[in-house]
Design a protein around this ligand. Sequence first.
Ligand code: FAD
Ligand code: NAI
Length: 478
Amino acid sequence: MSNKQFDVVVIGGGPGGYIAAIRAAQLGFNVACIDEWKNAKGGPALGGTCTNVGCIPSKALLQSSEHFEHASKHFADHGIQVEGLGLDLAKMVGRKDAVVKQNNDGITYLFKKNKVTSFHGRGSFVKAGGVGYEIKVAGAAGAEETIEGKHIIVATGSNARALPGAAFDEEFILSNDGALRIPGVPKKLGLIGSGVIGLEMGSVWRRLGAEVTVLEALPTFLGAVDEQIAKEAQKAFVKQGLKIELGVKVGEVKTSKKGVSVAWTNAKGEAQTLEVDKLIVSIGRVPNTIGLNTEAVGLKLDERGAIVVDDECKTSLPNVWAIGDVVRGPMLAHKAEEEGVAVAERIAGQHGHVNFNTIPWVIYTSPEIAWVGQTEQQLKAEGRAYKAGTFPFLANGRARALGDTTGMVKFLADAATDEILGVHIVGPMASELISEAVVAMEFKASAEDIARICHAHPSLSEATKEAALAVDKRTLNF
Ligand code: FAD
Ligand code: NAI
């Protein structure tokens, strides 16, 4: 095999692509990964949306802004007096950039360690041929070369969806990219869409002092979340000062030197105008196949522009696979990673597997929201007989010691077999607590199993045990 020929060529170096490349290399394949993301200096920045303008920078800013809010509002409750508290936004954003770079560098190191050949530039299909497929790499510096792969894994991710007639300029109308690097805290910030990005980014800038208004088209708040949990979360966000308007229709968006003006209609049909300094548009994301030249090989896309795949991530072409945000399913980094591992293992003739029923969701607000499995409204719609148990953090000793008692853990279990069907958490460290529920559901555990396992005291995880006990109405501490 020449140095231009590879067993596996991965297009896209986000969490789907880089993990697929590493796993394929571990399995003994000769692997190349092509990624076009550029850092501020024009160099490579492996890790995709997640590392550069998604999961990692958003969590860095969420952490910093939460520290700020604690120092300004909650330290006093602990008897800690802070004088002269100030905000150095440039430093906060600089820290976020440094965290991103640590992650970029970490992936570069992992590629070297696993002998993955990295190409910086845009990959596109040329034709079927050579050892399998010819892929052109249009280098970031202008040079072009063609490489060949027996197997191709497409992991080109997604892009933010723009509002019709309101293109992102990243100065006034911001996607997730601009939302993570606003140079000064806006006095008034508008958000279109109260989904995951809207709530996370809205929380960051509200904590730093912005007056935040969220305009959401749906009449219900967080419609995909268990209703009881969503209601509890909404109450907490409103109390924090987030203004959330549901059931709205967004009209014309105009920008001027002063800011952005959004015409909208409220749920009663009354015409309104929102004047803000900046507007974040977070109304979902679209699969990205820009520049991939799918037509050259006839790779099939669906009506949303996603690459069509079967349950095993096989596309319409032999030995071409697709994973992550560019295919069906939830747009989550860990889903992309699991698909990447599974595809590498399938290429090696193994039985890679992704269980879509146990993919956890987390919204990293405060309180955090996390869930796995089915919601109560889904079980009702299915007509499934179930039992529910909840336990409030208010009755948990560790939560009281933390000074963070908002929310609850909720278990849903089959009425006859007691198998856990869904676990929903709103409250402190929900992102970490949910893992126990994922493990339990993977092993088809019953609520009784969790209720009988010893949990450390005092810990937030005791709320999980108590919610499992609550399924049979025998909580001990509530
Ligand atoms: P991506 O991460 O988008 O990576 C695709 C890569 O391919 C990019 O580097 C792109 O430049 C490159 N590429 C595209 N086309 C080509 C081409 N033709 N040639 C070469 N390279 C190409 N998910 C979570 O699970 N948890 C979170 O906390 C979370 N937070 C998020 C916060 C925000 C603000 C956003 C926007 C998203 C967040 N997500 C989160 C979602 C997560 O980022 C995505 O689900 C994940 O990045 C998808 O991984 P991927 O590998 O499919 O694609
Ligand atoms: P989203 O799908 O989570 O939410 C979009 C919201 O916008 C919905 O509530 C929708 O009803 C609303 N909407 C759509 N069109 C609208 C319109 N014209 N006017 C008003 N509201 C409108 O999408 P979001 O927040 O953009 O995030 C994209 C994806 O990124 C998420 O679905 C998730 O997969 C991923 N993500 C994951 C995170 C995590 O895991 N913590 C964090 C951030 C993003």
